[in-house]
Design a protein around this ligand. Structure first.
Ligand SMILES: Cc1cc2nc3c(=O)[nH]c(=O)nc-3n(C[C@H](O)[C@H](O)[C@H](O)COP(=O)(O)OP(=O)(O)OC[C@H]3O[C@@H](n4cnc5c(N)ncnc54)[C@H](O)[C@@H]3O)c2cc1C
Length: 449
């Protein structure tokens, strides 16, 4: 009996993982990808990106039976290591249990591994250099460009995993049945690299996510297994201290001297690297619908790109794959119903993490410097110890509890934030808080999970 065919556009993280899941379900999968085969191409300088993989993403990889292959690529990060302007350093743990950490992983390495596994072990067909160039909404036809010329692809149960710039999503206007909205952040990012120490090893702690919070902008660093760190500078596009204002070598040098003096000895050519590497845009995408009947489903960033400050874009995309695969497992075969269910289960969650990711930007670049932040974190860990089935810090719900939907983390997080604000208003240290009264109040406000 011939296998049921399915087409995916985009061999990024989401498209390749979904390819593996669908092939395991018996589908003949063809994935068309704009870029050249990343296993043979080199990653462009300043576009390496490493990502924080957490519970939801790990669940997706385990669901596909490939986590054991990904695990060797991971670098655990147990907390935020905050670098103050005065040279101070403070580690703020992400969680309070041994297994509560997140993992740094190179996007390029992970993508290569997913493609390799999909192709070799599951017989998925990849067509590299095949780009969707247009989508005709009325005829439900995608125009593709390839080295052999252009051709068309009918959208019948098509999966659009072509990322934040999705050609298929952009073919719809804001009033159409997809109703896409793209909101650019007035801040962008630029990557830098701290090379390994001479003779090998890391220049800084390799089990933390380093942050240099500076109010309106910040630098972060994630470790990579070979000993280097990928740094990302997030900063406003315009204004007094911005990508636009750093328009000469001298200004870039003065900027690093003023705000990140401890980084300069670690990157000997920091000014050249800054000048060389491109600036990347950041934004949020929300759609009214993720599918047009049975024609196609938008998935991953194509449906819901989020800003990276909660480290959840890929994790959410992998969760989408699990949701879709679980619907297929229940025996549903009608694409319109399958797509509708994915949207129903995930859209509110995607909107919730989009909001929380925007909020986290302020927390990472600014609020972490407030002594009350550390106090509220300590109090939330204490409440979690006393009421583990009711009070779980919002960060932990998002990062470590894949069984709690993002929308639930968001709504409970709001109640918890008010509670923490109220309980620490007149306190400077945890000893100043009446912990029994605090636990009683938390019990009143929060139903069991
Ligand atoms: C700076 C930064 C840091 C981030 N940090 C994190 C993090 O810590 N944790 C986390 O979970 N997420 C993070 N993310 C988000 C994460 O990278 C994305 O959510 C994830 O890559 C989404 O996967 P995707 O497959 O949906 O999209 P993509 O990875 O963008 O893949 C889309 C694929 O489609 C291809 N494509 C595009 N257009 C076409 C076309 N017209 N025709 C054919 N193919 C096409 C692309 O070449 C690409 O291969 C970060 C993002 C950025 C920018």
């Amino acid at each position: 009996m011939s296998r049921r065919r399915i087409d995916i556009v985009g061999a990024g993280l989401c498209g390749s993982l979904l390819g593996i899941m669908l092939a395991r379900r018996g589908y003949a999968v063809t994935i068309r990808e704009l870029r050249a085969d990343p296993r043979r191409a080199k990653v462009a300088a300043g576009r390496s990106i490493n990502l924080a993989l957490s519970a939801r993403g790990i669940r997706g990889l385990k669901h596909a039976g490939i986590y054991h292959r990904v695990a060797p690529l991971l670098m655990p990060m147990r907390g935020r290591l905050i670098h103050g302007l005065d040279g101070s350093r403070e580690l703020l743990p992400y969680g309070q249990r041994d297994y509560e950490y997140i993992n740094s992983v190179s996007r390029a390495e992970l993508n290569r591994l997913l493609i390799e596994t999909a192709e070799r072990e599951h017989g998925v067909e990849f067509l590299f250099g095949h780009a969707a160039t247009a989508y005709d909404c009325a005829a439900a036809v995608v125009t593709m460009a390839s080295p052999e010329g252009s051709y068309t692809l009918e959208a019948r149960g098509l999966i659009s995993a072509d990322g934040a710039g999705s050609v298929i999503r952009r073919a719809y206007d804001t009033g159409g049945c997809i109703g896409p909205g793209e909101e650019l952040l007035p801040h962008s990012y630029k990557e830098l690299t701290i090379p390994p120490r001479r003779g090998g090893g890391f220049e800084m702690e390799n089990d933390a996510l380093h942050i240099w919070p500076r109010g309106d902008f910040m630098l972060i660093a994630l470790p990579n297994p070979p000993g280097d760190f990928t740094l990302t500078l997030f900063m406003p596009n315009e204004g007094e201290t911005s990508f636009a204002s750093l328009d000469s070598r001298d200004k870039v040098g003065e900027f690093f001297q003023a705000y990140f003096p401890d980084v300069i000895p670690l990157i000997p050519d920091v000014v050249d690297m800054y000048q060389r590497n491109p600036v990347g845009l950041l934004g949020t995408i929300r759609c009214r619908h993720w599918h047009d009947g049975s024609r196609f489903l938008l998935i991953g960033d194509a449906a819901h790109a989020v800003v990276p400050f909660h480290g959840q874009g890929m994790n959410l995309a992998f969760e989408d794959c699990v949701v879709l695969d679980n619907i297929l497992e229940r025996g549903e075969t009608d694409w319109a119903r399958i797509f509708e269910r994915v949207e129903r289960e995930q859209r509110a969650n995607a909107n919730a993490i989009a909001d929380m990711a925007l909020e986290n930007y302020v927390e990472m670049r600014d609020t972490v410097r407030d002594p009350k932040f550390a106090l509220r974190k300590a109090l939330s860990f204490e409440l979690e110890r006393r009421l583990p089935d009711r009070f779980i810090p919002r960060y932990s719900m998002v990062m470590f509890h894949d069984e709690i939907p993002y929308a639930v983390a968001q709504s409970r997080g709001r109640i918890q934030a008010e509670l923490l604000e109220q309980l620490t208003r007149d306190a400077d240290r945890l000893q100043d808080v009446d912990l029994d009264a605090a636990a009683m109040l938390a019990r009143e406000k929060l139903p069991p999970l």
